[in-house]
Write a protein that binds this ligand. Sequence first.
Ligand code: BGC
Length: 754
Amino acid sequence: MTKSKCRNRAAGVILLAAVAVTIPCAVAQFPGMPPPKHYAWSDTSLSPDARADMVIKELTLEEKISLLHGNGFSFGMNGSTESNGGAGYSVSIPRVGIPAIQMADSAYGVTRGAASGRYSTALPNNLAAASSWDPQAAFAYGALIGKELREEGYSMSLGGGVNLPREPRNGRTFEYQGEDPLLAGTLVGNFVKGVQSEHIIGDLKHYAINDQESGRNAVNAKIDKRSMRETDLRAFEIALKISDAGAFMCSYNRVNGDFACENSYLLTDVLKKDFHFQGFVLSDWGGTHSTAKASHAGLDQEQPGKGFFGDALKKAVDGGEVSQDEINDHVHRILRAIFATGLFDNPIVKRVPDVEGGYVVAKCIAEKSIVLLKNEHSVLPLEGAGLRSVALIGGHADVGVLTGGGSAQVDPPGGSAVPPPPAGSNPMAAFMRQAWLPSSPLRALAAKLPSVTVSYNSGDDLAATADAAKKANVAIVFAYQWESEGMDLKTLALSDEQNRLIETVAAANPKTIVVIESGSPVTMPWIDKVAGVVEAWYPGIRGAEALADLLTGKVNPSGKLAITFPKSDTDLPHPTIVLPPPTSQQSRPTPGADISSVMAMMAKGLPAFETNYDEKLKVGYKWYDAEKKPVLFPFGFGLSYTTYAYSGLTVKGGESTEVSFTVRNAGKRAGTEIAQVYASLPDAAGEPPKRLVGWTRVELAPGESKKVSIPVDRERLTIYDEASDSWSLIPGSYNVLVGGSSQDLPLHQQLTLP
Ligand code: BGC
């Protein structure tokens, strides 16, 4: 097997090298930027706080307030000349050299390219990338996005989604990083660190408990403090610690009664006080509902309009309802982010993005993200003299790979590879159209297998498909589940047509493999009838090429699930999603409707309905463990073309616990194993059966053994006590468990902590 660039020891270096930036001096400065000038606050030896304070002293109240709100969408609502065409912006103040903050959605790449004729790299979606369990890859992912934002004239990323999938049918699960707070927080933290390494402001969103799209502008998420702090908020806390993110986006929903963007517990008590967040909080688009209440609670910037933080805020200051100090604090946080990320010192310059460099990063990450779920009788990799024909079936595998929709949508170069239905004049319709990237599995696989006949059949005619499948040595069905902001999935099941297609092909050919493109787990009623299953997620602009390398064994799969695949929807903590009553439903604008009327309706605040997260601490694998529900594929699971053996566990307790063990590659191919460490807490802690406390990626040649050591910080073992509002370590007996998935933990050892 040839060595892949992504697999070797220098993978991180290659990824990072591919995104290193050098800004040529001949490039014109981005229009709208003030000319370089030396101000007292240009002194980079001063702290970002000191520099921010110096600027504040120069500003009038009007100028301060101009920083505390947006100025409309690029499409609709008082579009302004300073807009770079992104989701929103705050104005520049050229007099003092403060640049505009130009914001673009950028969860898996820079968005809204089509509207402005720009190209950007569509990376594998976020949940896909989380399957790499690779913080270095997460950094490279963020750094590429930061670089392309800068090249396209933006200075702030609206990415960094880290909501835990209490509801995996949430249409935005593809934008998040899975169900474990340590894994998700670590990866998103590195993503934002990567974005900010390009002197672009990064943000973390959607803060918090924004776990369903149905009725998102009205829903009141009910959840106890301990569960929030140990799970959902823990992910944000870890991500912030790693990244020092410049911004947090508060979410649309209510949490325990108050809208997240005017929730003083979330914004002030937890985020600004306990987490020591020093950046600014901006509202999700249309998520501001008040002036004084939101300002007091800790909202720093309204987006995308100024209904509450424009004239109304000035009036509140003049009337003494909001103090000058409070305004200065909001402004300080925004200016601090501009200085701390280096945006002030590194003005934005537009350039043509490095398309080829983006491909390299996208393919490397896809190779690490795709998860091999089933491989009976080693049906994969596709190799050997007997292999003469492979039939690809369905899922538009002749032309492209699927992407996730909504505000995260990265526009495919050249338009969608599968033509979408016309959007008409309604901007919201374009927002929610399926888009396919031009990365063709058929072409990519045919290129890897030059002496094999690789054919494509759409799967529309079941009899003809069965015939094609029967005639081929191997049949690969491409199944997909599209998701998007603005909707939830009714079920994790594939459509009936796709399930029928898989059953038909499996009946025709015992060597049937299913490749799934999805943003959430899917259920598989046909699992026992197929030989192989590969979860490809939404694999990005070089997804098919990465998939072809994995299917043919050029690359050995290493991805592991960051989210549990349940057997059925009925096994989820909430068998059905709580839907909003009609009065709490956000109406969609009809063609030609004025978006500002929709925004005004949202601003008023729709009547609340409740979703009760009564599974509490039991998110993801913790739920299935505690409820003893068998799953289809557990958290942390993923196969390889080799096998790994674990031995020699030693656990040393102390301020930080040191977990050491040996991993051996017991097979004949080189590979990378993601070795995982879990801990069971003493009974007195009242916790679910176990939690992830560490992991490492181990690269191993055939037959090679490596001893690895994983430090487990004390913090990873603590629990949150609501009564004392503090974290504590419960004395007693801990069980440390080690292995290759949350349900394959061959090594264990007790550890007594005082
Ligand atoms: C989404 C955010 C996004 C914003 C701006 C909202 O609808 O929830 O994630 O950043 O729009 O496009």
